[in-house]
Design a protein around this ligand. Structure first.
Ligand SMILES: NC(=O)c1ccc[n+]([C@@H]2O[C@H](COP(=O)([O-])OP(=O)(O)OC[C@H]3O[C@@H](n4cnc5c(N)ncnc54)[C@H](OP(=O)(O)O)[C@@H]3O)[C@@H](O)[C@H]2O)c1
Length: 293
């Protein structure tokens, strides 16, 4: 089966490409330079050229703080871009797999969010991703929408890499302790996505690694695993960080629908992190081995 991954050089797109190619799918990749999802004709041309049965859109504008300063670009990619990809998929009767975020929620529910909970974003990024979801649902007759959270993995910039790099420079790290979420390993998410594709599932799924933690406790676990015990991690209130974008205080999402549908559970975040950090190459950049234009 032929799959086109748009955004195949990104953090998640890279692992999706590796996982699906290793499982025998005929995977093609396009990213910035080959396709611009803010352009309808560029989306149409990329999909026509590959002629896939499934398009996976892993392309997005993901710099949450930069989105506050660049709302037009953020909405052009995360909302209008999804609209253009969805329309192009509808024209060719192609299934569309797309990703959204826990940041469409405001974090006030106090218990894990389920797929039916209404979105109420606190920041521009979340608002743009929610708008993208609505275009997807309205325009793509055959879609799979996966909401995920707090991604890290072998490719690209992420919290695990940032903490390890900071710990090699600084003796003290101040990390936010009043935001709770579910760190998710891109390798595990790619496996879960493959599962849903292989079962030809449709609709909305929440998929994260199991369990919940604050950024502060997550940072301490990363450093403890890496033996960087001399570095002091101090809890910080997010109000003291003064970042441009507000974040939800509690954005944990329930994986129950994924479990009930596939019979699979996601690993606890601690096990996934251990796996990630045990493989020393895992935090080094690698290029995904998929066809490039
Ligand atoms: N990262 C997280 O913690 C997280 C959490 C929840 C949900 N998600 C969602 O998961 C998906 C994958 O995220 P990610 O972290 O893997 O993203 P990423 O690493 O930022 O990768 C996104 C890719 O899309 C490319 N791109 C940006 N604008 C484009 C355009 N106009 N046309 C074509 N490609 C474009 C980017 O290129 P450049 O790098 O050159 O811009 C990059 O290669 C996204 O939908 C994101 O919203 C991510």
């Amino acid at each position: 089966m032929k799959i086109l991954i748009i955004g195949h050089k990104g953090m998640l797109g890279s692992d999706l490409a590796l996982r699906l190619a290793a499982s025998g799918y005929d995977v093609s990749g396009r990213d910035v330079g080959d396709v611009d999802i803010t352009s309808p004709s560029s989306c149409r041309a990329a999909i026509a050229e590959c002629d896939p049965e499934i398009v996976i859109n892993a392309a997005a504008y993901t710099d949450v703080d930069a989105c506050e300063a660049n709302p037009d670009l953020c909405f052009a990619v995360n909302a209008q871009g999804v609209r253009h990809v969805a329309k192009a998929c509808r024209e060719r009767r192609v299934k569309l797999v797309h990703f959204s975020t826990d940041y469409i929620f405001d974090g006030t529910k106090g218990q894990p969010y389920v797929e039916e909970d209404p979105g109420h974003p606190l920041n521009v990024y979340g608002a743009s991703k929610l708008a993208g979801e609505r275009y997807l649902i309205d325009l793509a007759p055959d879609f799979l929408l996966i909401r995920t959270a707090w991604l890290y993995g072998p490719h690209g910039r992420n919290f695990v890499r940032t903490i390890l790099e900071a710990a090699r420079r600084e003796r003290t790290l101040d990390v936010v302790d009043d935001q709770i979420g579910s760190p998710t390993y891109t390798v595990d998410l790619a496996a879960a996505v493959e599962r849903l594709i292989s079962e030809d599932r449709r609709g909305i799924f929440h998929i994260t690694n199991r369990g919940q933690v604050s950024w502060f406790a997550f940072a301490k676990t990363i450093l403890a695993h890496d033996g960087l015990t001399g570095v002091v991690v101090r809890p910080l209130a997010s109000t003291r960080l003064a970042r441009p974008a507000r974040r939800p205080a509690y954005s944990v999402m329930s994986n129950r629908k994924f479990f009930r549908t596939t019979g699979r559970t996601m690993r606890f975040w601690q096990l996934a992190l251990q796996d990630c950090l045990s493989s020393r190459s895992v935090l080094e950049q690698r290029s995904p081995s998929v066809e490039k234009p």
